[in-house]
Design a protein around this ligand. Structure first.
Ligand code: ADP
Length: 468
């Protein structure tokens, strides 16, 4: 370009100097200035314009020494045109330089920034995008973003675009595939720019790489679920004697029913209706034993939590069944009060059973020292009152006992891991309960009852269709 401009300037100079045309040939120097815009900055343009003006004057001096009216006028017209073109071009170069400077700021950010036109074609690609995804700006420009990055969207693309068109912005998490096949999770923010008629013109997409954070969270979830499993086994260990009895009792009953049935059969005249009754009892007891075993197996299995609609009253009755013997040996009366018409909560059944089991067992153990009043364990299940500080929209339940309550000095550390006041305690039960409840989006708190004993309140969000 510089050579082309210089050659053109020389040609114009030669024509202007050697021919005697009646037109202002030097006006053509404007073309030299326009060509210079391609390689010169603001100062360079002014230098080129000054050189063109100098050449115009030089030709005038060489050819028209005597000075006539027409050539002076043509020379002035040319100089004016060169001056105006030079100033405009210099101003334009200044704006371009400042825009370039602003755009280069986007290369400093650690976030990837790119701009897509209305057809999803990439028109800008910053340095962080080059670094994260592995494609240079040259390779990325002109490609469709969703194809290049094999984007996985959290919702159908059309519905995201509809949100964007309505609000002008969108936020969400995307999974992109880099050039080397690596998959990255990014927190993505989109903003739409509209043209002067309000039509979508471009989308600015800013992405922050959160892959490591998400991997860490997954690792934490895994650790939490493993800890919950260990906690569950420990709690079940505390219940071994009761649970063994829970299974043994129906088995013993089956034997008794079988013997009775045989006796009715061995009679001289077999009493078939009684035999039938004995067989029915055997079946019922067999079912009860297998129910207990099924619940125990569910509790001891090591599986990742899976969330679905769970009925809290069912969870409580499942646990109550496993703890019947424990209640009996500790001479504790259990009362369960359920408000009718409760919605299901969003939860993992086994983990919620673990919470109920821990709270009930703690209550039973807390009443061991009580001899002067009835030992009562009350489970109240009701719709939660959102306006209460510790409750959220869904179902709340409380487990209350008539023990000696919690020492107020212990309240702040009650849910800390390894906090225990029991000689054989591990201090993990309540800490695991709280982490389970919080992973469910719920809350767990403790308080003392006004008369006697402690009360633990759990509040869980209701199950909503479509929310995973
Ligand atoms: P552990 O039962 O192994 O001690 P937990 O985390 O279940 O561990 O309980 C921690 C402590 O909280 C208990 O040692 C006890 O001091 C207190 N605590 C728990 N439940 C009750 C309750 N119902 N009444 C009084 N104190 C309780």
């Amino acid at each position: 370009m510089p050579w082309l401009a210089a050659t053109l300037a020389v040609v114009i100079f030669v024509v202007d100097t050697l021919t005697t045309l009646d037109i202002a040939v030097a006006v053509l120097y404007v073309a030299v200035i326009l060509l210079a815009m391609d390689f010169a900055g603001q100062r360079g343009i002014l230098v080129v314009a000054a050189a063109c003006a100098g050449l115009t004057l030089l030709s005038y001096v060489i050819v028209h020494e005597e000075g006539e009216g027409g050539p002076i006028l043509r020379c002035l017209v040319s100089l004016t045109a060169i001056a105006i073109a030079g100033l405009l071009a210099a101003r334009h170069q200044r704006s371009v330089a400042s825009l370039r400077e602003h755009a280069s700021l986007l290369d400093l950010t650690h976030d990837t920034v790119f701009v897509r036109d209305r057809n999803d074609v990439i028109v800008y690609w910053n340095r962080a995008a080059e670094k994260l995804y592995g494609w240079s700006a040259e390779q990325a420009l002109g490609r469709k973003a969703a194809d290049l990055l094999q984007t996985e969207f959290p919702a159908p693309f059309e519905s995201i675009m509809a949100d964007l068109a309505r609000d002008g912005r969108w936020e969400g998490e995307l999974v992109h595939t880099c050039r080397d096949g690596r998959r990255v999770t990014v927190a993505s923010r989109w903003a739409m720019r509209r043209d002067s008629r309000g039509h979508p013109a471009a989308i600015l997409e800013t992405n922050n790489d959160v892959t490591e954070r998400r991997d860490m969270e997954k690792g934490l979830d895994r650790a939490r679920s493993e800890l919950a499993h260990v906690g569950r086994l420990a709690t079940m260990g505390e219940l071994t004697a009761s649970i063994a009895h829970e299974v043994n009792q129906p088995l013993a009953a089956i034997v008794t029913n079988g013997e009775a049935g045989l006796r009715w059969l061995d009679r001289e005249e077999p009493n078939l209706p009684q035999v039938r009754t004995s067989l029915e009892h055997m079946i019922r007891n067999g079912q009860r034993a297998s129910d207990v075993v099924r619940r125990l197996r569910a509790l001891s299995r090591k599986v990742d939590p899976s969330y679905g609609p769970v009925s809290v009253p069912e969870v409580v009755s499942d646990v109550a069944m496993l703890m019947e013997r424990e209640l009996l040996t500790h001479r504790v009366a259990l009362s369960v009060q359920v408000e009718p018409g409760l919605p299901p909560v969003r939860g993992d059944r086994v983990q919620l059973q673990q919470v109920v089991m821990n709270l009930m067992l703690n209550g039973i153990q807390a009443m061991d020292a009580v001899t002067d009043r009835p030992r009562r364990l009350t489970v109240e299940i009701r719709r939660s009152a959102e306006e209460l500080p510790d409750e959220i929209g869904g179902v709340a339940f409380s487990v209350s006992d008539t023990g000696n309550g919690i020492d107020p000095a212990h309240l702040p550390k009650l849910f800390d891991a390894f906090f225990t006041t029991r000689a054989e305690g591990m201090g993990m039960g309540l800490s695991i309960c709280r982490s389970i409840v919080e992973a469910h989006g719920g809350r767990l708190s403790a308080s003392n009852r006004p008369d006697s004993g402690a009360s633990f309140q759990v509040s869980l969000p209701a199950w909503q269709d479509g929310v995973p």
